[in-house]
Write a protein that binds this ligand. Sequence first.
Ligand code: AHM
Ligand code: MG
Length: 337
Amino acid sequence: MTPPKKISLTRYLVEQQRIDGLIPGQLRLLLEVVARACKSISHAVNKGALGNVLGSANSENVQGEIQKKLDIIANEVLIEANEWGGHLAGMASEEMDAIYVVPNRYPKGEYLLLFDPLDGSSNIDVNVSIGTIFSVLHMPEDDRGVDEGDFLQPGNRQVAAGYCVYGPQTTLVLTVGDGVAMFTLDREQGSFILTQENVRIPADTQEFAINMSNMRHWAPPVRRYIDECLQGQEGPRGKDFNMRWIASMVADVHRILTRGGVFMYPWDRREPNKPGKLRLMYEANPMAWLIEQAGGAATNGKQRIMDIQPTKLHERVSVILGSKNEVERVTSYHSEL
Ligand code: AHM
Ligand code: MG
């Protein structure tokens, strides 16, 4: 029997480019470079204590969060891999205060890359799944120089988005607006191999992901939704719900893309003036697009996440995403109040 054909990420991108033209040459190069950077981050993550990469770095990011050594390493890997190829005009990262303009010594390309270099930082030192999240935008046309304003585009303008989860396997998940594909890192070959295409999320679910320790701080619509889930078969939902919370958005979203579910990091009263914890540009937008491309939905309780017009680079947002019917239910609870 002939073994099944192994389709590498490179081949997949070339073939997609031929079929529907969704991946122009520069974008293909960009995605390959991001994948290569993720491979290198994956190696650093795997080494752990042996590579002296665990622990804090004695520095803070723009959000005032203590940076881990691996946060900084992953950020540097992504910048160094991407700055010289001629496919980018600039980059923005959760770990950098300001945008990174490609230095003049390199040619400038037409794309902007945004990333959370290592999401789920609290899990690094305890050997639990973490990941890299990325989003790609086009430079606005007729723009002469790159500035922060160029990055402030709503999620519906993304041209590619994805993440790489560093778990028991290293898996790269990607969309260019034509469905969601997953690639598993084959360490012997050193390349990402297509392992799933046309990923679909079931519209209904019996599994939710939320940090329950914040329950007393939630707004009434979120509380109502979770209360109803917790009542199980005897409650208004008439079914039992399971709960999972990994505290790495990449890993929680990966589970939802694999078997359905709903993920929430909603606004809460601890910081009433912040719309939420997660970042719109580096976390919510790319994940929202992947989820929608797989048939799910993503809102902030009031509107579609990808329609939010960002007003600043590090903007935060309330996030509800996953199985369509559940997301619509939580969202409808917000408008009933
Ligand atoms: P990070 O980007 O600093 O790692 O923070 C984002 C992470 C998400 O991956 C995860 O869903 C959330 O923070 C967990 O937060 P908490 O520790 O409050 O449960
Ligand atoms: Mg993050």
